[in-house]
Design a binder for this molecule. Sequence first.
Ligand code: NDP
Length: 313
Amino acid sequence: MQISHAIAAILDGTKIASQIKDEVAAQVKELTTQGIRPGLAAVLAGNDPASEIYVRNKVRACEQLGIYSEKLTPPDSVTTEEMLRLVSELNRRDDIDGILVQLPLPPQVDSKRVLLAVSPEKDVDGFHPVNVGYLSTQRPGLTPCTPAGVIEILKRSNIEISGRDAVVLGRSDIVGKPVAMMLINSNATVMICHSRTVDLAAHTRQADILVAAIGKPAMVTADMVKPGATVIDVGINRVMDKQKLREYFGDDPKRQEEFARKGSTLVGDVHPRVAEVAGAITPVPGGVGPLTIAMLMSNTVKAARLRRELPVQ
Ligand code: NDP
């Protein structure tokens, strides 16, 4: 007897992110005709190479969409007080609608104090407790980018959220908790799992929508997923071990070639073979990742509108 596996629909995050960016560019154009140019300030303290790449990509996205951007680069030796002064200056500036403080900050800086100092109306990362409160009470505000991207993928792929059982793996303030809150706000029945959850698989197998944000390579395996479920993989993990490469991707020639060229490849928190069980799944890379910057751009325009009491589109 031949057993055939249905392969899940691949939810193309790159395509969805590009649609969102086109919409944002159109909004920027419209605002510009009213004399408003949305502006984003990115604060990059120190010399963390990964942070430099993230900020460069964000500034480049602003340029592509017509958003004004400014990069501020205080030195590695910056103090908490200096960071607070810089943030307060940006809070006051009328040409800046969004303030992004790239993490991690140098160790001597009190990150929590700095993030708290960002005016909630310019908090385009959506991490300020005021915005967290707005999200949980369904008031208009700025929401965190990666979780908002997860919801955009579901909605734009016509995946029903209302009435479905959703399981979120991970309870971080930046992904797990806000994504769970957004799913509740979209009328899903939500369970949040974390490192102390006793029988993870028993929960994940109930999920119509499974969101994995745990930072553990390929931890969600096919036997943990309900056939036909939608699986959103937020995880980004670098694979540098050839044996793991084989374990995750088998003989996939594209991955082999990439690994040979770069010495590594990326895998999510979900094992690639879950695609043989799921109904729809986001790839890594090219799934949730591209949405994060698109939603940051969208938040910057939203902040520009909210601050001027213009209707949010
Ligand atoms: P954190 O490390 O802050 O949180 C991880 C969460 O997963 C914690 O709640 C932790 O539980 C839980 N967890 C860890 N191990 C297990 C386990 N074995 N079983 C069940 N739960 C577990 O990570 P983030 O939320 O910041 O990020 C999660 C992933 O998403 C990472 O891979 C990260 O790289 C990626 N990411 C991707 C983004 C994108 O743009 N696509 C943006 C942000 C993150 P506990 O609370 O008990 O410790």
